[in-house]
Design a protein around this ligand. Structure first.
Ligand code: IPM
Ligand code: MN
Length: 361
């Protein structure tokens, strides 16, 4: 029997509550599909930082490399200045484990209320491949004349051809395997590059050239499209059914996936995977720690459960992943009143139970 070593970082605020439900569903899937999980919990997060002054111990990254995958709850603490935990834990793990893909499905499940008029699960069904190691996230920049009226701040968006190519390769491969044609949902497998070639004439020129070169040479079967990021936002609202797989840089990917998330029912349900296809990947709900709901048992655990679904898919447990997704769909369609915290018609752990019960069937 295959055993997966999973590192669990419940984190801050409501992170531990949603993580507990995700683990419940993971265990149900393991039992049903005949694999084992060996879970190790790590206390990285705001409380530990307040106690020890340390975001991640030096040994953390080396330690985490020994796992098959990482499940993360949420990072962010009201007593800690914004940036410290995000940079010191979340971004540090993404960078040091070289999780160069941030995969974020935008999928509206049945029964989930959508803020877009006349759009349903058929229309809102695409995936964003967000590059996860470059762009304005590298910390390249600084201040001069700080504190004076002439102060200047620079934060550079940085991309290498290497970073762009490896991300594009993943996106093309993903479109070939999971695109709308491949999965019987449309006539083409389409990859859309989301950029800003009219202003970011260096960075997105590089992306666009690399995109077409690779597409032409290695993926002639994938239909290529290009959208500026501002237009992407517009079409994500007006015609989300146009999209299949979108590939974009780190910063645009961050922004458009929050827009995507709200169209799929909000932070209660949106999940993402920080993926190193050759290494250790980390799965998380894309929302934050929602500190005001901590300990109340009202937060929606489905995003964390969907993170487990993505984890199972990445680990190669495709059948288990499908079962978890079907269970989530069943629960959203038949059991839940709303995706919003406190309005689900069930407590956090009841929602976890509902999904776990379906998975076990
Ligand atoms: C996300 C978050 C992070 C990001 C923050 C918390 C650093 O917004 O995962 O989308 O910008 O990547
Ligand atoms: Mn974000």
């Amino acid at each position: 029997m295959r055993t997966y070593k999973i590192a669990v970082i419940p984190g801050d605020g409501t992170g531990p509550e949603v993580t507990a439900e995700a683990v419940k569903v993971l265990k149900a899937a393991a039992k049903k599909f005949g694999f084992k999980t060996d879970l190790t919990e790590f206390d990285f997060g705001g409380e530990r930082y307040k106690r020890t002054g340390e975001t991640l111990p030096d040994s953390a990254v080396a330690e985490l490399r020994k796992f098959d995958a990482i499940l993360l709850g949420a990072i962010g603490h009201p007593d800690v200045k914004p940036g410290i935990l995000e940079k010191g834990i979340l971004l540090k793990l993404r960078f040091d484990l070289d999780q160069y893909i941030n995969l974020r499905p935008v999928r509206l499940y049945p029964g989930v209320e959508c803020p877009l008029k006349n759009k349903g699960p058929k229309e809102i069904d695409y995936v964003v491949v967000r590059e996860n190691t470059g762009d304005a996230y590298t910390g390249t920049g600084g201040f001069t004349m700080k504190g004076t009226p002439n102060e200047v701040a620079v934060q550079a968006a940085v991309y290498s051809r290497f970073q762009v190519d490896r991300c594009l390769k993943y996106a093309f491969e993903y479109a070939r395997k999971y695109g709308k044609k491949a999965t019987g949902r449309g006539e083409n497998n389409t990859l859309a590059l989301c950029g800003k070639t009219n202003v970011l004439t260096y960075i997105y020129d590089l992306w666009e050239r690399a995109f077409h070169e690779m597409g032409e040479k290695e993926y002639p079967d994938i239909k290529r499209e290009y959208y500026h990021v501002d237009a992407t936002c517009m079409w994500m609202v007006k015609n989300p059914e146009w999209f299949d797989v979108i590939v974009t840089g780190n910063m645009f990917g961050d922004i458009i996936t929050d827009l995507g998330a709200i169209t799929q029912g909000g932070m209660g349900i949106a999940a993402g995977g920080n993926i190193n296809p050759e290494g250790v990947s980390m799965f998380e709900p894309i929302g934050g720690s929602a500190p005001k709901y901590t300990g109340l048992g009202v937060i929606n655990p489905l995003a964390a459960i969907c993170a487990v679904q993505m984890m199972l898919e990445t680990l190669g447990q495709e059948q288990a992943a499908k079962k978890v997704e079907d269970a989530v769909k069943y629960v959203t369609a038949n059991k839940m009143k709303s995706m919003a915290a406190g309005k689900m018609g069930h407590s956090t752990s009841q929602v976890g139970d509902l999904v776990a019960t379906e998975v076990a069937k």
